[in-house]
Design a protein around this ligand. Structure first.
Ligand SMILES: Cc1cc2nc3c(=O)[nH]c(=O)nc-3n(C[C@H](O)[C@H](O)[C@H](O)COP(=O)(O)OP(=O)(O)OC[C@H]3O[C@@H](n4cnc5c(N)ncnc54)[C@H](O)[C@@H]3O)c2cc1C
Length: 427
């Protein structure tokens, strides 16, 4: 098998499993992607879990944007037999084709590394993924308490953790896992001087348009290095179109600026950015289902402390990447499954958390760096654009020639549930 395995980063599979950890009472903060997947993983291992989510029940259906969900994310879900309905969401994407502002082809490359199991990347509504994971977790018995915003947590003298919520209630658990996203509260409880999210100088907007015929190759996303703005589109098998734009913005927008922009403001700005570019951007902006809105982009290059006592962070809370990597959701899922394996195979919670970090840190930091490079190339100025347009055809030619194998480390990652994790020595 040419895939990378989750345990191979530190050591080969152990020959004998350490005694299984006793049943833990785990408090999971956040019901995004990492939270429900961790809940499923831990329920499978016989632990007791409760997810505390600050949002309201059903709030998942409002999480906008389409995302690419890559094969390593699906692989990680398969490890816990949870890929089920998720395998059917959205559409397969096989190829990325690049053009410049004038519509000239810069080349094409596979969307992802080929896998022996044949799994391909998919494009899907971000909200569909959230809803499907939450449903799957609920069907397996995960308990979620909504409108529970964690504000504080302290370690008790017996080593357990007490979580305090905004409504004045509290809960005590053996382990508290912060799956609470990029602006994680748990990260700052673990380390008050924790790194803050870094602004990445492009915005995100986009969506789906029904009945918008695009005459493009099937399973192909076209990405345009436009004169002023990066833009992407693909046809969906139901006759619709998915599109996105990454308007460059050098300085972080002040809080409230983006949400105060009206639909008309967004359309006018996007038209201005794509004025003179060849291709369907203008027509897609006109036809886009409103109201349009947009998000600033952040990442977290290297969080120095992932755990403290019986508190740990996973997913975006520990290592958010720019959407340009197409990996945030998959990394969150990988984390959840691997943390479960570490709790299963390590002799103590402390050892499990140390082992978890040792298995994950290098990989996720590499992905965050890859995402940042990719996002920055979208925000290139006029001079950098000239070099980029000269260089990119060679890059894409090379990537196409090697059939995407150069990306094996990224989407080829494989988690074998039955492989035992080798505990690292806890300091
Ligand atoms: C516009 C956009 C495009 C993206 N595109 C892609 C893509 O193409 N491919 C990809 O793989 N990923 C993409 N991502 C990233 C992906 O969505 C994230 O990486 C993923 O959601 C991370 O999952 P998570 O569970 O760690 O955090 P989240 O999904 O952010 O979930 C965190 C949860 O914690 C809750 N929470 C936060 N604080 C508290 C608190 N104090 N108490 C209780 N609950 C709390 C939040 O309400 C939320 O439900 C994109 C993200 C955005 C915004």
């Amino acid at each position: 098998m040419s895939t990378t395995t989750a345990t191979s980063t530190t050591a080969a599979a152990a020959t004998a499993a350490p005694a299984p950890t006793t049943s833990l009472n785990v408090l999971i903060i956040g019901s995004g992607i990492a939270g429900p997947v961790l809940a499923m993983t831990l329920l499978r291992l016989g632990h007791t879990v409760t997810i505390y989510e600050r949002g309201v029940s059903g709030g998942d259906s409002y999480r906008g944007a389409w995302i690419t969900f890559q094969a390593n994310g699906m692989d990680a879900l398969r490890a816990i037999d949870a890929s089920g309905t998720i395998e059917e969401i959205g559409y397969v994407l096989d190829t990325i084709s690049f053009v410049n502002g004038a519509g000239k082809s810069l080349g094409a490359m596979p969307m992802a590394a080929p896998r022996e199991d044949g799994t391909k990347s998919r494009i899907m509504r971000r909200s569909d993924l959230f809803v499907a994971l939450a449903r799957e977790a609920a069907s397996r018995g995960a308990r979620v308490e909504y409108e529970k915003e964690l504000v504080d947590a302290t370690t008790l003298p017996d080593g357990r953790v007490k979580a305090v919520f905004k409504d004045g209630t509290s809960a005590i658990g053996d382990l508290l896992v912060g799956a609470d996203g990029i602006h994680s509260r748990v990260r700052t409880l673990i380390d008050p001087d924790a790194q803050k999210p870094r602004y990445v100088p492009v915005l995100n907007t986009g969506g789906y348009i029904p009945n918008f015929p695009l005459h493009t190759a099937p399973e192909t996303m076209t990405m345009q290095f436009g004169t002023r703005c990066f833009f992407g589109w693909c046809a969906t098998p139901d006759g619709g179109a998915v599109w996105f734009a990454n308007p460059p913005l050098a300085d972080e927008p002040a809080r409230g600026i983006l949400s105060s922009k009206s639909d008309a403001d967004w359309r006018a700005w996007l038209h201005e950015l794509h004025d003179g570019d060849a291709g369907p951007a203008g027509a897609l902006i006109d036809a886009a289902v409103g109201p349009l809105s947009g998000w600033a982009t952040y990442d977290l290059p290297a969080v120095r402390k992932w755990h403290n006592g019986a508190m740990v962070i996973i997913g975006d809370a520990a290592h958010a990447t720019s959407p340009s990597s197409g990996q945030g959701a998959s990394m969150a899922i990988e984390d959840a499954v691997i943390l479960g394996k570490c709790l299963r195979d390590c002799p103590s919670t402390r050892s499990a958390l140390d082992t978890f970090v040792s298995l994950r840190k290098e990989r996720v930091e590499k992905i965050v760096a890859y995402g940042a490079r990719s996002a920055n190339s979208k925000a290139a100025g006029p001079v950098a654009r000239v070099f980029r347009d000269l260089l990119l055809p060679w890059v894409f030619w090379y990537a196409a020639r090697d059939g995407g194998k150069g990306m094996q480390w990224l989407q080829g990652y494989h988690i074998d549930w039955d492989d035992k994790v080798v505990p690292v020595e806890s300091g």
